[in-house]
Design a protein around this ligand. Structure first.
Ligand code: NAG
Ligand code: NAG
Length: 335
């Protein structure tokens, strides 16, 4: 067996014996060092900065709110439910303010803007984190009706746009940051329903926003998490809804999938989500925190090993490669 040390020595010898390889190796090393140093510069006076986060009932938003609260930021955490807001306020410092917000309701957003405006005063809003999202209905496109798509698009895409537009004046005042939570499913359409569409939309909206708002000193970052254990990937929620979609299909459509398809689909999902989902959601909130605290935030953050080394590289492959890989992950109808 070859030890890691002798393998490293061998690889280095090969690289150093070819001038072209040596150059590439040195340039890559310099680029990595440059990126590391650039990433390490921070903005200061967190205690003078306000951050507004949507979707703080659970998951990434909830952890980020507590994390930034501990760092001394003034966190304004928006929750869909009263209970979410009360629980979070109880778990955080008195600095943190929790308020109810329904991102599909413009009047609710307007009330949040008024509240935040009173909190931040002339300083403006340093950070807006568009984190709220839902995944269901999610599943084969043929099982959906158009309102199943809009249920998800209204929250994940139109909600993000409405919240951002309404908060822009406060963000401009502070020359602040927008952090939008997309997904690796904004790079690769792994499944039907509104989720992937909404995340592709968030990518597109964020790219144009970043280019438009840079002239005003506003920076925009996109977070692309891989698979993490949150309510978005909760199999209980997804399966209960899949059952609803399947049960209402006409018999001839069900027949076209064969008698075992539904159960196979659920089983495969259980297995792959079990293997794929990481419980360490701090990998995602660390990226969000970097986007809010770094002097030079990145435009995109892949969060999680699966995102960085599998899904995002796969998204650059030709369609026949990604189709092959994705088809392997799902059962086929018995036609
Ligand atoms: C959010 O607002 C929409 C539109 O006003 C409404 O249909 C929906 O029921 C609200 N959701 C919750 C959880 O209050
Ligand atoms: C899902 O949401 C509920 C209600 O907000 C929460 O109690 C629960 O912890 C969440 N689950 C995960 C895995 O975040």
């Amino acid at each position: 067996m070859v030890s890691t040390d002798s393998l490293t020595t061998y690889v280095l010898e090969v690289i150093l014996s070819h001038p072209a390889l040596t150059c590439v190796f040195l340039l890559a090393t310099l680029a990595a060092i440059h990126r590391y140093i650039r990433d390490s510069y921070k903005v200061d006076s967190f205690s003078q900065k306000h951050v507004f986060i949507t979707g703080c009932d659970s998951g990434f938003g909830n952890l980020l709110a507590r994390q930034l609260d501990q760092k001394g930021f003034h966190v304004i955490a928006a929750c869909l439910t009263e209970k979410g807001a009360a629980d979070l306020a109880a778990a955080a410092s008195p600095r943190l303010k929790a308020l109810p917000l329904n991102v599909t309701d413009s009047a609710s957003i307007r009330r949040a803007v008024e509240f935040v405006s009173g909190e931040v005063g002339e300083r403006g809003l340093w950070g807006l984190v568009n984190n709220a999202g839902r995944s269901v209905p999610i599943g084969p496109a043929e099982w959906m009706q158009s309102e199943d798509f809009t249920k998800v698009l209204d929250v994940n895409l139109i909600g993000v746009i409405d919240v951002t537009l309404q908060f822009l004046p406060l963000l401009k005042k502070a020359q602040g940051r927008v952090v939008n939570v997309a997904s690796i499913l904004g790079r690769l359409s792994l499944t039907g329903g509104g989720y992937c569409l909404s995340k592709w939309g968030v990518e597109a909206f964020s790219d144009s926003l970043r280019r438009d708002m840079r002239h005003f000193g506003i920076k925009v970052s996109i977070i692309e998490p891989g698979f993490f254990k949150t309510n978005v990937t909760s199999l209980d929620l997804i399966h209960a809804d899949l059952k609803r979609l399947w049960n209402r299909l006409p018999q001839f459509v069900k027949d076209s999938y064969g008698p075992t398809y539904f159960d196979d689909y659920v089983k495969v999902q259980e297995f792959s989500m079990g293997v794929l989902c990481s419980a360490d959601i701090s990998k995602v909130t660390r990226c969000m925190e970097h986007a809010l605290t770094a002097r030079f935030p990145r435009s995109r953050y892949g969060a999680g090993w699966d995102a960085k080394f599998f899904w995002i590289p796969l998204s650059y492959m030709p369609s026949f490669v990604s189709d092959f890989v994705i088809n392997m992950l799902l059962p086929s109808p018995k036609v």
